[in-house]
Design a binder for this molecule. Structure first.
Ligand code: COA
Length: 164
């Protein structure tokens, strides 16, 4: 069953945006799919995201502007093994970057994974996504490996990891 609305769990303020981070709802999927298509070269089936509402549950998060309720970004993580989680996707809308949204989404995802008992989290990021790699590095992730041909277009992924 799809999760219902729940109370906001975290909020953040910057000079120009006041936002809330909360669990994704079915009505967020259109915005998630649009942003994903805009910022990621990979094609994800719409059914992937709807399935993730249940599979990822409380670690499928969205950020929205508190005033306008505009969708601002999302984070998606799943448990990979009993002790380890995988951050699948993280994106914020291009015109609101650099305001702390991505960092807040990441920290809230990590906090929720920690509460679930995860001891670590890993992720893959395109090797040419230097802003993404720098972003994760600033948040305590270390490069632990790489996977050739990881992406649909044959690009290599860098694997990054962090203890929780
Ligand atoms: C990576 C990403 C999620 C970061 O989101 P964000 O909302 O910009 O995140 P934050 O504002 O918390 O942090 C961005 C950092 O870049 C800096 N920055 C400054 N101006 C910026 C700008 N115009 N755009 C992006 N980052 C900027 C910020 O100061 C911040 O530095 P810090 O971590 O030292 O504080 C976002 O750039 C994105 O969606 N990228 C495309 C998708 C992607 O590559 N995802 C990661 C791989 S899955």
């Amino acid at each position: 069953m799809a999760p219902g609305p729940e109370a906001p769990c975290a909020s953040g303020v910057s000079a120009t945006v006041v936002f809330v981070v909360e669990r994704a709802r079915p009505e967020d999927l259109d915005a998630v799919i649009r942003l994903s298509a805009r910022v990621f070269p990979e094609e994800y089936q719409d059914t992937f995201f709807s399935a993730m509402l249940e599979v990822a549950g409380e670690t499928f998060l969205v950020a929205r502007d508190i005033g306008t309720m505009r969708f601002l970004g999302f984070a998606l993580a799943t448990r990979s093994t009993t002790a380890e989680a995988r951050l699948l996707l993280l994106a914020t809308v291009p015109d609101q970057r650099g305001k702390g949204l991505g960092g807040r989404l990441l920290r809230e995802t990590e906090a929720r994974l920690r509460r679930k008992g995860c001891l670590g989290v890993f992720l893959e990021v395109r090797e040419d996504n230097l802003p993404g790699i720098r972003f994760y590095h600033r948040h305590g992730y270390e490069i632990t490996g790489s996977v050739s041909g990881f992406y649909q277009d044959g690009s290599k992924a860098v694997v990054m990891q962090k203890g929780l």
